[in-house]
Design a protein around this ligand. Structure first.
Ligand SMILES: Cc1ncc(COP(=O)(O)O)c(C=O)c1O
Length: 357
C-alpha cells in the first residue's frame, strides 16, 4: 500500500483474540494493538487531531512552535508530526524520561528542554507544566496543546478509534481501557456506547495514582495515572474502575509475551489483566482491552530483571505462567468497584505528586 506520508499510516490498528489465556474457553477477549501506530502508540491519534484542529482554528501557523510537557508517548507523537509537517517542537522533559523517548524525539528533530528541579512533592510533573508556560510566554508564536483538557484529544477517539472498533465487532459487552489524560477512555466510551448501548466501560488506573481520588503513592507502571484528576476524564461514561498494581501489570506483560506472542507496554498489561478479571466475573462475554503501546518501549526496563531489581521489584515476585496469571485474575489485589472521583483538578494545585518516570 502506498501512502503520501507516514502520518497516513495512523489508525486501523490490529485486534488480536487471546487463544490460551482465557478464564473460560467460551470467553472472547480481544486486544487492540495501538503500538502499531507510526510513532508507536495511541498518542499519535490525539496528537494529530489536536494539531490539525489547532491549524484549522488558526492557532497553529507554519512558523508556530509546539511546546509540550511529556514523559513519553505524546512527545514521540509530536516529534513525528513536527517532522512531517515542518513545525518546531520543544519537549519539556525531566531526568526520568526514558532514554529511548529522548533519542526518538531528537532523531526526528525535536528539541528537548530538561527540567531538573523536583516540585514540592518530589516529582517533576508540576515543574514541567510550569516550564511549558514559561516557554510559551518567551517563544514568539509558541502554543501548547494541553492534552489534559483539550477536547480534541477525546474527539480523536470518538471520530476515528470508536468507528474502527464498531466496524470490527458485531457485538461488544465490555471495553477495558487505561487512563492518564482520560482521552481514549472518555472518547471510546462516548463513541461506542452509541453503537453498543449496553456496553460496560471499565477504567484502569494504577494503584498509587490519584486520578480517581485515591491518595497518591509512587508506582512504576508507565503511561497511566496522575497526581490529579484531568479535565478530559469523563466519569459519567465510566461504569467501573479497576486499580492494577505494578506486579499485576508487569506479570501480565511477561506471560502474554511468552504465551500469546503479544509484547505489550505496561499499561496494556494492566488493561489485559483487568480484562481477564472482568471475564472471570462475567463468563462468556466479549471484552476488548486497549493496549496503548508496545513492549519494545520497555525491553530494557520492566522486561529486564536487572532493571527491576535496581528499581525495587524482585523479578521472582512476578508470575511466570498462564495458570498463575489466571489464578491471580480471579482474585485481583484491588477488585473492581464503582468509580468515584473528585472534581477535575490542575497539575499546579493543590497536590501534584510523583508519577514514576
Ligand atoms: C503507554 C500509555 N498508556 C496509557 C495512556 C493513557 O492514555 P490517555 O492519555 O488517553 O488516558 C498513555 C498516554 O499517554 C500512554 O502513553
Amino acid at each position: 500500500m502506498i501512502y503520501n506520508d507516514v502520518l497516513e499510516t495512523l489508525g486501523e490498528t490490529p485486534v488480536i483474540q487471546l487463544r490460551k489465556l482465557l478464564p473460560d474457553p467460551q470467553d472472547k477477549i480481544f486486544v487492540k494493538l495501538e503500538g502499531a501506530n507510526p510513532s508507536g502508540s495511541i498518542k499519535d491519534r490525539a496528537a494529530l487531531n489536536m494539531v490539525v484542529q489547532a491549524e484549522r482554528s488558526g492557532r497553529l501557523t507554519p512558523d508556530s512552535t509546539i511546546v509540550e510537557s511529556t514523559s513519553g508517548n505524546l512527545g514521540k507523537a509530536l516529534a513525528l508530526i513536527g517532522a512531517v509537517k515542518g513545525y518546531r517542537v520543544v519537549l519539556v522533559v525531566d531526568p526520568k524520561t526514558p532514554k529511548t523517548v529522548l533519542s526518538y524525539a531528537t532523531s526526528l528533530g525535536a528539541e528537548l528542554d530538561m527540567v531538573t528541579e523536583p516540585d514540592a512533592n518530589g516529582g517533576y510533573q508540576a515543574t514541567r507544566i510550569r516550564r511549558v508556560q514559561e516557554l510559551v510566554a518567551q517563544i514568539p508564536g509558541a502554543i501548547t496543546l494541553d492534552q489534559y483538557n483539550n477536547p480534541d484529544n477525546p474527539r480523536a477517539h470518538i471520530q476515528h478509534t470508536a468507528p474502527e472498533i464498531a466496524k470490527d465487532f458485531e457485538h461488544l459487552d465490555a471495553l477495558v481501557a487505561a487512563v492518564s489524560t482520560g482521552g481514549h477512555l472518555s472518547g471510546l466510551s462516548t463513541g461506542l456506547k452509541e453503537t453498543f448501548p449496553s456496553l460496560h466501560v471499565r477504567a484502569i488506573d494504577a494503584v498509587g495514582s490519584a486520578t480517581f481520588g485515591h491518595p497518591f503513592a509512587p508506582y512504576k507502571i508507565r503511561g497511566i495515572g496522575l497526581g490529579w484528576t484531568p479535565g478530559n476524564l469523563r466519569t459519567d461514561v465510566v461504569d467501573s474502575l479497576h486499580r492494577v498494581s505494578d506486579t499485576e501489570a508487569f506479570s501480565t506483560c511477561r506471560v502474554l509475551a511468552a504465551e500469546e506472542g503479544l509484547l505489550l507496554g505496561e499499561s496494556g498489561g494492566a488493561a489485559v489483566f483487568a480484562a481477564l478479571a472482568y471475564a472471570t466475573e462475567n463468563p462468556g462475554r466479549t471484552v476488548l482491552a486497549i493496549a496503548p503501546d508496545a513492549g519494545a518501549n520497555y525491553l530494557y526496563e520492566s522486561y529486564d530483571d536487572t532493571w527491576l531489581c535496581e528499581h525495587g521489584t524482585d523479578p521472582d515476585s512476578l508470575w511466570r505462567s498462564g495458570d498463575d496469571l489466571l489464578r491471580n485474575a480471579r482474585s485481583p489485589q484491588y477488585p473492581a468497584a464503582a468509580s468515584t472521583v473528585s472534581a477535575p483538578g490542575s497539575p499546579c494545585s493543590p497536590a501534584p505528586t510523583e508519577v514514576y518516570a
